[in-house]
Design a protein. Sequence first.
Lengths: 189, 188
Amino acid sequence: MKKEDYLWDKTGSDPEIERLENALAVFRYKETAPPELPAKVLPFTKKENTRSFFRFAYAAACVAFVAIALGVWFQISNKKPVVAEIRTEFAAPVIENKIADVVPVKDTEQSNVAAPKQFINRKAVKIQKAVYKNNLAAREIKVKSATVALSKEEKYAYDQLMLALSITSSKLKLVSDKIEGNTVNNDGR
Amino acid sequence: MTGNILLFTNATTTAAPVSEKATAQAQIVERVCAGDKEAFGELYKAFAPLVHGIILARVPYDEVDDLAQEVFLSAFKNLHTLRDQTAIGAWLSMIARNRAVEFYRQTKPTEELSEEIREKDVPQTEAREILAAIRSLPDAYRETLVLRLVEGMSGQEIAERTNLTPESVRVNLHRGMRLLRRKLGIEE
């Protein structure tokens, strides 16, 4: 019990600890002068100033972030109708080019005259057959007409739109299949 | 072993309630912040043994004085970043520990001293052996033991200056002493 007291507050005695203390006294701190400070010591600025600065900076950063986010959102929302326009403009020239490639129109007075409906139908069927028989040729025609009619950005927008439409249609097909399947099941029951 | 490590982490994280001494120290810190050089002298006098002890528990004896001075200079430069001025002791201790770690990061070419110089400058062999045994103990134990056995502080003083609870210091002292006895081959 005495040992514990001596170790804690130096009351009583503990020869073993005293021996250690005496041996280690050579390492003890010897009073020295404090380090020399700079000749001119200025009072430090208060912490509140730095804190308020950080608060202001944080608020400004938040406002800037919201402004940028709104700007981006408006840009994206404004782009959608442009894509739709491209599609409507693009649809006509593709068909025209296809027809023009397959059926060369003679540059005569007769070209101004409207062709008979039967003749057009036959030609249209021929065109369809040609397109379905040779996929590669059909793709070439499509690419050729697309590059002629649209710029890169427009083409990209068109592709995106087509992709979205294809995804939507596939989803719709899935839904319709499911419904049909359900109805079959219901009928079966 | 695991129990010791757990106790060490607990002991270092528990802070003592603010005492009158701590508030007096906080006033000195405020004066130093206001540019009072004399107050810095008082601060140095009050905490130099603590910083000396913490560094001595980690680095060679020859380097301790220089490093302690560096710690106080660094503390003076960054005193305005100290949020709780009553925790100046814990803050200085942290700077001292970091400075000791930094000392070992710096690669310095070393040369063996001749026998004559060694005997002249370095304390006795027994003292060196005891200090080496203390240094081999876990951080919390070696710091408390150096402050108690080398710097001659009582347990209460250690608690006040390091902002630890007296209970933590008491536990660290007794467990550290038990380990030290085992290391030195002293029977309890």
